[in-house]
Design a protein around this ligand. Structure first.
Ligand code: GLN
Length: 305
């Protein structure tokens, strides 16, 4: 396994020069684009790591998975999807064009409009501290904190997300306080994780929301089922279709360079690689996952060997 991970990194590294760190949040541009790490945590409680797996970075859009699951558990399926769809958008994660012109609902909870809507469901009753505790618990990482610098940097440069939020309010989709919903969304994006924490989250999701060692239920099982399905269809933004064909593992990326991947009933995989492709997905990380999927036969529709 260790050799396979090292080979995967070697392949992933070749693509780093073609990618760039996100810069629309100035603090993210400071990341070292050469970092690349992959961690696998298995149902047998083994951990395999290669590369930069202890480096902390912000979770960004991967937090949308946590927010969605907590909202489903807290408000129920009907409420969450009353004003939101579950279809891929085919547009960039921060697009507001179709939301304004052709649709009265955000396309799905994995794009910014959907995640801000979801945060709005939670704002009246669930505090950021509660959400931080969920994140620590689900990622099996008690050291997760909010990265204050990244949070401030994003809040100072979030004109687009603010525009999306007020558009949602104008359409009657976001009913909670707009600024509080935007702030909760941005705080969740600023949680600092490692590739290992993401592998932990993947492991819990692969185990249907139960703690892999104690069996304790950490999150509602139906919420986990819904989240994994939407990760498969929408988790890599407008790159989700090709990613599903090439990799075939429900995954979610973030512009901090993370990728969370869930191999059903087998393992969680966490990636860190801040050089992004044009869709905003880790370029090295995507190739690492494609290689691992082939080598370890992880594609959900892989022909049996
Ligand atoms: N915080 C980022 C934003 O709202 C998250 C985007 C992402 O990771 N794709 O733009």
């Amino acid at each position: 396994m260790q050799k396979i991970l090292e080979n995967a990194l070697e392949i992933g590294r070749k693509y780093i020069p073609e990618g760039e760190c996100a810069s629309y949040i100035p603090e993210l541009a400071k990341a070292d684009k050469n970092h690349l790490g992959v961690c696998i945590r298995t149902r047998g409680m083994e951990t395999f790591s290669a590369g930069d797996t202890k480096e902390r970075f912000t979770i960004q859009s991967i937090s949308k998975v946590i927010t969605l699951m907590v909202a489903l558990q807290h408000c129920g399926f009907n409420k969450v999807f009353e004003k939101m769809n579950m279809e891929p958008s085919g547009d960039a994660f921060n697009s507001l064009v179709k939301l304004d012109l052709t649709s009265d609902k955000p396309f799905n909870p994995m794009i910014n409009a959907g995640a801000i809507t979801t945060a709005g469901y939670l704002v009246p009753d669930v505090s950021f501290e509660d959400m931080l505790n969920y994140a620590r618990c689900l990622c099996l990482d008690k050291d997760i904190v909010m990265d204050e610098k990244v949070f401030r940097s994003e809040m100072d440069h979030c004109a687009r997300n603010r525009a999306i939020s007020y558009l949602l309010q104008s359409k009657g989709i976001l009913e909670s306080d707009v600024e509080k919903s935007l702030e909760l969304y941005t705080r969740m994006c600023s949680l600092s994780v490692t590739a290992e924490s993401l592998a932990g989250l993947g492991l819990v999701l692969s185990n249907g929301g139960r703690h892999p060692e104690t069996g304790e239920r950490l999150i509602d099982k139906y919420a986990v089922q819904v989240a994994k399905t939407i990760m498969l269809t929408c988790g890599m933004y407008d790159g989700s279709g090709e990613f599903a064909v090439r990799v075939g593992i429900p995954s979610k990326s973030g512009v901090g360079g993370g990728i969370l991947a869930v191999v059903e009933k087998r393992m969680g995989i966490g990636i860190y690689g801040p050089a992004l492709n044009e869709k905003g997905n880790s370029i090295g990380g995507s190739h690492v996952l494609e290689y691992l999927s082939k080598e370890l036969n992880l594609h959900m529709f892989a022909a049996e060997q």
